[in-house]
Design a protein around this ligand. Structure first.
Ligand code: GLA
Length: 376
């Protein structure tokens, strides 16, 4: 039995039926564009959340995590309903509820989790938890579903059950990414394309710098930003800001009375253009040249969208001063991680400089890794 299986047996007193893994993600570029029907370009991390699972036939969901205090959490699946919270176990409970709500014949289960995705680092530890749960329960119950539909189901579990109005990027990245590629997702039509990202082949390194800060107001702020983008689109007579081409930006900004809505609009429109620019450079084999585009993305998030924070700005500025080719915050913001592009030969010096500037930071290289998969 695997270590994960042995740990499952220690907790639940029997062997699991199988085990699965789902990764965290870094978003290379395309931030706060997913809920505006726009473009995103994430890739999966090597860090995963793993789950060993066995079905139960008594209507109970029992979940245990090696990374959380408090032992196993037991829930009756008939009692699950949007808003019924159970700490971290709310996420797996939400996935199970959403599978059943969608008509899938999914019953109770024992699940043991172990994760190497940093929690609170803006690297989608919760999406990894959702996706591994959905994949495992779906496999065990013979649910036929595309990976994109699985990601949409996980997003719905977070929107409806957990109550967070997130977009679909993180779950799609965890479910659909492939090794050696970033995933271009055009959220409007949910079209996917795997874009080759061979960093080592061009002597480049992408570093993730987890600031390990999380600012308290982040939850309400995300919803307010989303609402602001929707208000701007409505005022412009558009169904979403995706429909505003870069060439129409100046006229749209003149038409918007509110300064905040102007800033939000400018970020979303310029960010969609940056995603397309980065994809063009990657397709042309010019990975090094995406650096300035990443940095421009950070400035837009800092100044227009205003979701950066002093620690993220410090990481970005320090990395650039130490020779990085580009750097930006990644994920929702207000803390979490930055992604830094550096020449392979400069990565150690950039890492040392960032660590000296912000001692709490955790820096590691990020290689584009596979999306969710069955382990055993
Ligand atoms: C969070 C959300 C995503 C996305 C990003 C910002 O990670 O879960 O849907 O909106 O923020 O790009």
């Amino acid at each position: 039995m695997t270590d994960l299986g042995i740990a499952f047996k220690d907790v639940f007193g029997r062997a699991p039926e199988g085990s699965w893994a789902a990764p965290g993600r870094v978003n290379l570029i395309g931030e706060h564009t997913d809920y505006n029907d726009g473009h995103v370009l994430p890739f999966a991390l090597p860090q995963t959340t793993r789950a060993a699972v066995a079905r139960r036939d008594d209507g109970l969901l029992r979940v245990h995590s090696a990374d959380m205090d408090g032992g196993a959490v037991e829930l009756r699946i008939d009692d699950l309903a949007p808003g019924v919270a159970a700490g971290w176990a709310t996420y797996p409970a939400a996935v199970l509820w959403t599978l059943r709500e969608a008509g899938h014949p999914v019953g109770g289960a024992d699940i043991h989790y172990e994760s190497t995705v940093p929690v609170g680092g803006g690297l989608s530890s919760s999406a990894a938890l959702q996706v591994v749960t959905a994949l495992a329960l779906g496999d065990l119950h013979g649910v036929e579903m595309s990976r994109q539909d699985l990601a949409l189901l996980c997003q719905r579990s977070e929107n409806v059950y957990v109550g967070a109005p997130v977009g679909v990027m993180d779950q799609t990245a965890s479910a659909c990414c492939t090794e050696g590629h970033a995933l271009h997702l055009d959220v409007r039509g949910l079209q996917q394309r795997q874009v080759p990202l061979d960093l080592a082949g061009q002597d480049l390194t992408l570093l993730v710098a987890d600031t390990r800060v999380k600012h308290a107001h982040s939850d309400g702020a995300y919803a307010a930003l989303r609402a602001g983008c929707e208000a701007a689109a409505a005022e412009l007579g558009l169904s979403s800001l995706r429909d505003l081409p870069a060439g129409g930006l100046d006229a749209a900004l003149d038409a918007l009375a509110d300064e905040r809505l102007r800033r939000l609009t400018r970020h979303v429109v310029t960010e969609n253009a940056r995603v397309e620019e980065v994809i063009g450079l990657l397709d042309a084999g010019r990975i090094r040249d995406i650096g300035p585009v990443l940095t421009a993305g950070h400035r837009s998030l800092r100044d227009d969208f205003q979701v950066s924070c002093p620690e993220l700005d410090l990481v970005v500025d320090t990395a650039l001063a130490a020779g990085a080719l580009g750097a930006r915050m990644t994920g929702g913001g207000f803390g979490g991680s930055a992604v830094v592009l550096a020449g392979a030969a400069d990565a150690a010096a950039v890492t040392a400089a960032v660590q000296a500037a912000l001692p709490a930071v955790r820096v590691f290289p990020a290689t584009p890794s596979p999306g969710a998969y069955r382990l055993s």
